[in-house]
Design a protein around this ligand. Structure first.
Ligand SMILES: [Zn+2]
Length: 134
């Protein structure tokens, strides 16, 4: 016999793939509601549908989102750098890479910012639940 799910625990949330899919659409990972952003980089304080606290969940939440954002930006830049060199060898466009990659490295974090916030929130929900206690 299994115990009924306790409200606020990870077991009353959708599966992890649903949480992550909603986060990739910049929706609330918990309920799929939204919009969660009033501007591209301005996240509302709580979900308009389920009232999940989106900001100030804890001190490491902002740092986690920034870490995820930086990781994605570096991966995209490094992947494009290596891909262009492999595809254009033996004459890689060094000058285009020299000027294009820094621009890409600066623009990618701006593009990925809202996704990193919702994805980190989804990961937080997967591992710790809605109230962050698990
Ligand atoms: Zn919600």
């Amino acid at each position: 016999m299994t115990a009924p799910p306790v409200p606020g625990t990870p077991s009353d949330l959708p599966p992890a793939r649903t949480l992550l899919a909603r986060a990739l659409r910049r929706r609330c990972p918990s309920c799929g509601g939204g919009p969660l952003f009033s501007y591209w980089t301005k996240m509302v304080s709580e979900c308009p549908s389920c009232h999940l606290t989106l900001q100030q969940r804890e001190s490491g939440y902002t740092l986690g989102g920034l870490w995820l954002n930086l990781l994605f930006a570096e991966l995209v830049t490094a992947t494009i750098f290596v891909g262009v060199i492999i595809l254009t060898w033996p004459n890689p466009p060094w000058q285009r890479l020299q000027y294009g990659l820094p621009v890409l490295a600066l623009c990618t974090p701006i593009f990925f910012f809202p996704f990193s916030k919702t994805l980190f929130l989804a990961l937080d929900l997967v591992f710790r639940g809605r109230d962050g206690r698990s």
